[in-house]
Design a protein around this ligand. Structure first.
Ligand code: FAD
Length: 385
């Protein structure tokens, strides 16, 4: 299986060729390491560099910044294939989001400084919005960035930050004006190698996505130049977040599809081998019907995410539609993992079978990137105008 549906109007021959080469790269460089990453709780730097050299992270970045000058379809393929290869450890999803903040809002200096290194995997990015006291309600964040001469002084803490242990660049959602509500939010870059007062908490122990480092981050009088503000003026952060969230949400729908395709393959393989009552598990009508349902759900999701990628390419993917891809994709992913695990019987509960890890990894998809309840709120707003 691939990301493409027969009617993927956005996909060119280059996207198909890219898909083949990414698949091969993951097969050789990623699949053999997934178990080790899950045991260690982190992906090695070496893999980031190899993925950079293979051109995986620069698909939609301009050539002058080390990319290949394509569109978001390339990022979509790279993310789908990662999930399709059975991996949830490598933090490329967030890297891609960070790259797009910089390509969309960054100054020429920010672009020249960061994009080539993020594309090559030399630097790793993180996006820090969530705080211990503010998750869904982003506007109520407390982290402050106070202007102080030609610098900002950042104080506060963030939690559940993907790539938190490895990040060289953290985009910090901060309040530059605590009395201005959404208009007081700004995005500020922190180069973790260049500041004092920045500290990482421990690598958090999670239910799933165990190979992806997730951390609390602390900022104590961290000083950065005013030029680290993303965008031309303060107070644009909330607007910038809202404009980028459709990609973040679609990305979750795309990875849900990759995981479903992977789980279906794994399960078909298993039920064709295993016998009970003198026949293959595959031969029970219940198994056939369950797998027929999974296949149908996968194809419906494939059509929808392909439609969303076309809209994204034309800059027409609105918040409500992206929210549908996120909530529905992650919901279906969780249903499918449950059914596929059930068809494995007791072996499905054993971590040596990939379906057990896939089941655990799926759970967070309905939580991060905006919870599914928040997605439904956004969709409801588009109905009740
Ligand atoms: C593995 C992992 C990785 C993450 N990576 C990142 C990252 O890289 N960067 C980052 O900034 N954050 C990250 N997060 C944080 C994630 O985005 C938040 O956990 C999420 O937005 C929910 O916030 P919360 O946990 O504070 O839950 P809360 O906001 O406290 O919500 C608790 C419950 O209340 C519900 N709820 C809240 N408000 C409403 C409402 N208005 N209507 C109906 N129900 C509501 C929620 O849906 C949820 O069920 C990550 C989280 C995890 C688990």
């Amino acid at each position: 299986m691939t990301l493409f549906s027969p009617s993927s109007s956005w996909a060119s021959e280059e996207h198909h060729l890219f898909s083949d080469s990414v698949q091969k790269f993951y097969e050789h460089e990623m699949v053999p390491k997934v178990e080790n990453w899950n045991e260690r709780g982190i992906v090695d730097r070496d893999f980031w560099l190899k993925a950079g050299a293979a051109g995986i992270m620069g698909g939609s970045v301009a050539e002058e910044y080390g990319g290949s000058g394509g569109d978001m379809g390339f990022d979509s393929v790279a993310l789908y294939e990662q999930s399709r290869a059975g991996d949830g450890s490598w933090g490329y999803g967030i890297q891609s989001i960070v790259i797009h903040y910089i390509t969309t809002y960054g100054s020429p200096e920010q672009k020249a400084n960061w994009l080539p290194k993020l594309v090559s995997g030399e630097k790793i990015g993180a996006l820090a919005m969530t705080e211990p006291g503010a998750g869904s309600d982003v506007q109520s964040i407390k982290t402050s960035a106070q202007k102080d001469g030609n610098q900002y002084t950042i104080n506060g803490s963030k939690i559940f930050i993907t790539n938190g242990q490895s990040a060289d660049l953290v985009i910090v959602t901060s309040k530059t004006d605590k009395d201005a509500g959404a208009k007081g939010v700004s995005l500020i870059m922190v180069d973790t190698s260049k500041v004092d007062g920045f500290r990482r908490g421990k690598n958090l122990k999670k239910l799933g996505l165990k190979g992806n480092d997730t951390s609390e981050l602390f900022f104590e009088n961290v000083k950065v130049p005013l030029t680290n503000l993303i965008g031309e003026e303060e107070g644009q952060g909330f607007y910038q977040l809202m404009k980028q969230l459709p990609w973040e949400r679609l990305l979750i729908g795309i990875t849900a599809l990759g995981a479903i395709d992977y789980a279906l393959d794994q399960t078909v393989n298993y039920v064709q081998q295993r016998n009970a009552f003198g026949k293959r598990i595959m031969d029970f009508q219940n198994t056939r019907f369950k797998l027929a349902e999974v296949k149908t759900k996968a194809e419906i999701l494939r059509s929808f995410v392909n439609d969303c990628i076309s809209r994204l390419k034309e800059n027409k993917l609105d918040a409500a539609t992206a929210s549908m891809a996120k909530w529905w994709g992650s919901q279906v992913q969780n249903e499918v993992m449950d059914e596929c695990l059930q068809l494995h019987g007791g072996y499905g509960f054993m971590m040596e079978y990939p379906i057990a890890r896939m089941y655990a990894d799926a759970r967070v998809q309905s939580i991060y990137g905006g919870t599914n309840e928040i997605m439904k709120e956004l969709i409801a707003r588009s109905i009740d105008k």
